[in-house]
Design a protein around this ligand. Structure first.
Ligand SMILES: [Zn+2]
Length: 391
């Protein structure tokens, strides 16, 4: 999708056209004939000024200002040992190749967000894979280079390697200037709402997980849990602070391709609170997108699960993921501001190894597994026929 900045809005064009239509035809003909015949009477009145003072009164309408910001989101970045071992480079790791094929799409977005499921605690404390993950810092660098603007970090693996992995992760996000939300250093860190503004449209970001595999956090701010009572004031504050509230939810049943009842109930509750965009993940497979109508007449866009974006899981369904996108359109007219969601899109992706022992890479599904493209497109758009499938 393309970034749009409408500097000459529709309303401005219409009165102009009306004015042209209501201009006395004689005047127009008069000008035209004047050029041809060069009648002496006509040459005394310069045509342009006469037209400017045409009698048709056009009321001074305020011109609406329309701006559009696109938001893209990708699913789980969950680094198994196969993925980071294949990305070894000298003394460190390099994940550039993983995102290179889809970076041109991600960078199209005004704002792109990713779910970093495994903590990036760095190799200093020892990398690890399933069931207790710890990933290299370098994957954060590669995500940023590929166009990601914010990461969500509330996942069932957030507490896998304890406080040190969380603190190391956050230190690295801060070092590279990548905003994060969902897991925090302190109460003060958690209290600071993350917002991003592009094209005069502001977005607030929140992230929550259903659980942490039975591990209890040392401090409540280490990870945000799904708990409507605790979430409500945070969502209300986000609604106050920004035009758009984006909530990432790590929820649902693993390997199920449709949302369960609990997912649907929670999504409805958040829609009723006014949440605009809900980005789901955790099932490791794709679940469809949908519109949900909120209690206040509002409309929420939800992607129930974006599947894995980059992982070492095996199987076609677990390697199929994608980039979901939506345009937020803001119209300001007469001090009145309206916000609309438009042009939902999905760009299916596939994770594969570039060769048998080669590094992992995320490629367009049409490139990686074209035979899955049709079924994936139908699956994702089954509740939203207007979803544009891009490839
Ligand atoms: Zn998960």
């Amino acid at each position: 999708m393309t970034r749009k900045e409408v500097t000459r809005p529709l309303k401005q064009v219409i009165p102009y056209k009306q004015a042209m239509l209501t201009l006395p035809l004689l005047l127009l003909f008069g000008c035209a004939t004047a050029d041809v015949e060069t009648s002496p009477e006509q040459t005394e009145t310069p045509a342009p000024e006469t037209e400017a003072e045409a009698p048709a009164p056009v009321p001074e309408e305020p011109e609406p200002v329309v701006t559009t910001t696109s938001l893209y989101a990708i699913g789980d970045i969950l680094l198994h040992d196969s993925v980071y071992n294949a990305a070894k480079s000298g003394d460190g790791y390099d994940f550039t190749a993983a995102f290179e094929p889809i970076a041109p799409i991600l960078t199209e977005a005004d704002i792109a967000i990713a779910n970093q499921e495994s903590m990036i605690g760095g190799s200093g404390i020892g990398l690890s894979s399933y069931p207790a993950f710890n990933s290299p810092y370098e994957v954060g660098d590669a995500l940023q280079d590929a166009g990601v603007d914010l990461v969500t970090t509330a996942n069932n693996h957030t507490l896998d390697r304890g406080v040190t992995a969380i603190e190391n992760s956050i230190a690295h996000w801060n070092e590279i200037g990548m905003p994060y939300t969902g897991s925090f250093l302190s109460e003060a860190d958690k209290a600071e709402l993350r917002t991003l503004t592009e094209n005069d449209i502001s977005f607030a970001f929140l992230a929550y997980t259903y659980g942490t595999n039975g591990v209890v956090p040392k401090q409540p701010y280490h990870v945000n849990y799904i708990d409507l009572e605790a979430m409500t004031p945070e969502i209300e504050a986000a609604e106050q602070a920004a035009d758009i509230t984006v909530v990432s939810l790590h929820f649902g049943n693993e390997y199920e391709t449709l949302p369960n009842e609990a997912q649907q109930t929670l999504v409805q509750q958040l829609s009723d609170l006014g949440v605009d965009l809900i980005i789901g993940h955790h099932p490791h497979v794709l679940q469809p997108v949908a519109w949900v109508n909120g209690a206040e007449g509002n409309r929420t866009f939800v992607a129930y699960s974006l599947g894995n974006f980059l992982s070492g899981q095996q199987g076609d369904d677990r390697n199929t993921g994608g980039i979901v996108g939506i345009d937020v359109v803001k119209t300001v007219e007469d001090d009145k501001e309206t916000i609309e969601l438009a042009n939902p899109m999905f760009y299916p992706t596939f994770t594969r190894r570039s060769s048998v022992e080669g590094p992992f890479e995320v490629v367009p599904l049409q490139t990686g597994k074209p035979e899955l493209f049709e079924a994936t497109s139908q699956h994702m758009s089954q509740w939203m026929p207007e979803l544009e499938i891009v490839q």
